[in-house]
Design a protein around this ligand. Sequence first.
Ligand SMILES: Cc1cc2nc3c(=O)[nH]c(=O)nc-3n(C[C@H](O)[C@H](O)[C@H](O)COP(=O)(O)O)c2cc1C
Length: 182
Amino acid sequence: MPSRIHVIIGSVRPNRICPAVAEWVASIGREILPAAFELIDLRDWPLPMDGEPSIPATGDYRTDLTKAWSEKIASGDAFVFVSPQYNWGYPAVLKNALDHLYREWAGKPAMIVTYGGHGGNKCAAQLHQVLTGLKMKPIETMPGFTLSRTRIEANAGEVDPATEFAEWRPALEQAFAELGRN
Ligand SMILES: Cc1cc2nc3c(=O)[nH]c(=O)nc-3n(C[C@H](O)[C@H](O)[C@H](O)COP(=O)(O)O)c2cc1C
């Protein structure tokens, strides 16, 4: 069972709702699993786009920020990726954060949680493929929350996940139980 679970906040744009969604997801995780949950906000990790000269799998990192990112990710033994769906995929900032490392992700269980106008299943499928390429172990249950048109159009950075995504709470609980079996 993982004891240190890192929850990655996968969007960084102004007016984002991802932190609120990730906080709610982590709060349910804490109810289900006796693990330490840490939220990791990619805004706090402004990694330049593909900024390292070496292939990440070598672990030959040159910048202090990548070295610190490597230590941070190495310290987690399972991951929850919380991501919006952007044009049927996931945000570029998340791909860049993933691509900066390799060994630090490899072999670790991963849970994918998405949201979007149609629940984010296309984003989840892409993320699943990439995490598998990183030799992670994505779990089977991938909760995807439907974000209302009103919320999307308001673009006010506001959401009340416990109410608006309540119907997906059982799927989240199931996913955390699955994560705990890894
Ligand atoms: C670049 C971009 C692309 C988007 N593409 C989609 C999409 O393909 N499907 C969808 O339902 N919503 C889409 N949306 C609306 C998002 O679901 C909505 O803005 C959501 O709040 C984004 O998450 P965030 O606030 O954490 O960035 C898109 C939003 C942005 C900014």
